[in-house]
Design a protein around this ligand. Structure first.
Ligand SMILES: C[S@@+](CC[C@H](N)C(=O)[O-])C[C@H]1O[C@@H](n2cnc3c(N)ncnc32)[C@H](O)[C@@H]1O
Length: 259
């Protein structure tokens, strides 16, 4: 069944129609983004550690914890990249559970798969990597007990379709936990974020020959949704409730939405 065919999109009070329906950003088309993530795959994990001073590991643990995933669950890590959140989910759900990591970048999935084979914990055998699009999920309705999405939503070309897809494949009462850069409404937090990207992230990435790939980060945050807008989007997609939490002084944010 098509994702949208059984969703009741409720306009927000004061709006005649859902406000995010037509968002589809022109910065880079989907194929460009796919190529970008393929190119950065070999250095992606090292750069994450370096640029966040290892803190991304804490933020990802928080995201997995907010997803409510528990032992024996069947869970999805959307836009899984090299698999950080999928590995954490795997530990949560244990050998009786199942984790599916979905991404449209072959290279990222190949790194994820190599990491899986290098790791010794038996529970990691419960992860399956699927090459696919977050905008057209190849799963039946009400299939998962929890979903995580780390730094993925900002990168898809249609936020609404991604959110509707997550709603569709989640079981009633289950949660999606969406971690990403926070698009702050405060000028101080925004200035600090932009300063960090211009003066730390891009120069470091330039050293790896990836200047333009990481310059894209700034525009993608500018075009992303604020916490309040993410909550509205989730409610419009059908979620029963949605709460956005700011992390690390508003640098990062995590949306938790319950179907
Ligand atoms: C910034 S990375 C995040 C990877 C991982 N979740 C993490 O937190 O380290 C974003 C990932 O989203 C994937 N992605 C972007 N758009 C996608 C789409 N439409 N369908 C599937 N994957 C997508 C990219 O290939 C990339 O691996």
């Amino acid at each position: 069944m098509a994702a949208s065919s059984h969703l009741s999109l409720r306009p927000l009070p004061g709006h005649n129609r859902p406000i995010f329906r037509s968002i589809c950003r022109p910065v880079l088309c989907a194929a460009d983004r796919q190529a970008l993530f393929n190119r950065i795959a070999p250095v992606y994990d090292n750069l994450n550690d370096m640029l966040s001073l290892g803190q991304h590991r804490i933020w990802k643990r928080m995201a997995v914890s907010w997803s409510g995933a528990k032992e024996g669950d069947n869970v999805l890590d959307l836009c899984c990249g090299s698999g950080d959140l999928a590995f954490l989910l795997s530990e949560k759900v244990g050998p009786k559970g199942k984790v599916i990591g979905v991404d449209f970048s072959k290279e990222q999935l190949s790194v994820a798969s190599s990491r899986q084979h290098l790791r010794s914990k038996a529970c990691y055998n419960n992860i399956k990597w699927v090459e696919g699009s977050a905008l057209d999920l190849p799963f039946s309705d009400c299939y998962f007990d929890a979903i995580t999405m780390g730094y993925g939503l900002r990168n898809v070309i249609d936020f609404r379709t991604a959110m509707e897809g997550m709603y569709r494949v989640l079981k009633p009462g289950s949660k999606t936990s969406v971690l990403d850069f926070n698009k702050s409404t405060g000028t101080l937090a925004t200035s600090i974020q932009e300063w960090m990207i211009d003066n730390v992230v891009v120069p470091v990435a330039t050293g790896y020959g990836l200047e333009k790939e990481y310059k894209y980060l700034e525009s993608s945050i500018q075009e992303f949704l604020t916490g309040t807008d993410l909550e509205k989007l989730a409610l419009e997609a059908g979620f029963a409730n949605a709460k956005h939490f700011e992390i690390s002084g508003g640098l990062m944010g995590n949306l938790v939405a319950t179907r």
